[in-house]
Design a protein around this ligand. Sequence first.
Ligand code: NDP
Length: 399
Amino acid sequence: MRHARSQGTALITGASRGISAVLSAGGKGTPAFGVYGAPKAAIRCCVRAWTVELKDRRPRSHVLRPGPTDTPALGQHPADALARMVSTIPMGRMGEPAAMAKAALLLASDASSDVTGIALCVDGGRAHLLLILIESTTQRPKTKKGQTMSNNNARALAGKVALVTGGSRGIGAAIAQRLAADGARVAVTYATGADAAASVVQAIARAGGKAIAIQADAADAEAVRNAVERTVTTFGRLDVLVNNAGTVMPMPVAETTLADFDRVFAVNVRGVFVATQAALKHMQAGGRIIMIGSCLGERVMIPGMAPYAATKGAVKMFTQGLARELGARGMTVNNVQPGPIDTDLNPASGEWAVGQKAAVPLDRYGHPEEVAALVAFVASPESSYINGANLTVDGGTNA
Ligand code: NDP
């Protein structure tokens, strides 16, 4: 992960020990922690309000929400209380301060330039919004506790294989090229755009990477399963699945036919289920499943999007449910939720864009590469404690 921040000054309060360098706030309610939790919830609300209020000055504000984290403060709790805490964490262990620092670094860096007003839970899956840094024993870098882990000298995804559905254009193409630049061998699927898919493969090859394109309509279960098998046959393994293929049919509910409704669910939800199920047969500990949901999966700021928003809400809950199942296998599942991104699906110009742009505190559409940067981080070993998270990259639209 390139946490590039070419210039700037950071002020870190309360940084003498423990979870330094982060602004922390509570996640879900815990008995006997009301007095502690209330001001933390207030911080969350303040950040949301700032994000909108300071829209014209374009700062970026976020909340990091650590779960139980291995610091001296937590060590004061009785052992049985600590054991009870750990038993509520899907990934089975407490977080480490370094995990918070990594999350803060990501949010401070230019890589997250289109992210503002979000709350990242760094809690091993304890809430459903989270950023977790737990690594399987095989993956954990051999550093002493407290030392900074860095993979600056090696590409984050070297040796890994990724499958990106709908990777021929738009966000999917940007993700495929970014994962390849980070060292992964990449398979992309497409529905009809064979030429566009071939261009992505060629661009990756020109940059020294390896990629293949596979025709597989996300609504065709057999084709999707075959695409997963072909990826494994070609590259020998599968480490990262990015469920990106998606479609939208903007129209009022009254005018939406059952065929329209079924199609958008078949591509955006059923397709995700089929690809995930097929991929899980091949994925090992350290594997990453990454959904491309939408900020509309949580809030809807424009009319005509009800069925589409429903599909992305379904993707969100599928992510959260699956995270509960896969934690024990050492795999993570996360949902990256873009706001308005300039692609063929949602061009930044034209009448349709006006209402969407007006809802974005950063006052612009995002670029596919800005979504790809977050996906690359979630796919990398750096994010190994991010699980069950809904990570919104929407310029603050949902703040
Ligand atoms: P684009 O329409 O620009 O690109 C879609 C990609 O998915 C293309 O590669 C396309 O391939 C492929 N695709 C479309 N339908 C299918 C299908 N049935 N089966 C397989 N592949 C398919 O879309 P975006 O890049 O904008 O969107 C990508 C994802 O991001 C979607 O899930 C979308 O819902 C989500 N998203 C987008 C936002 C935006 O503002 N752009 C905002 C929030 C979420 P082909 O060339 O063959 O058609």
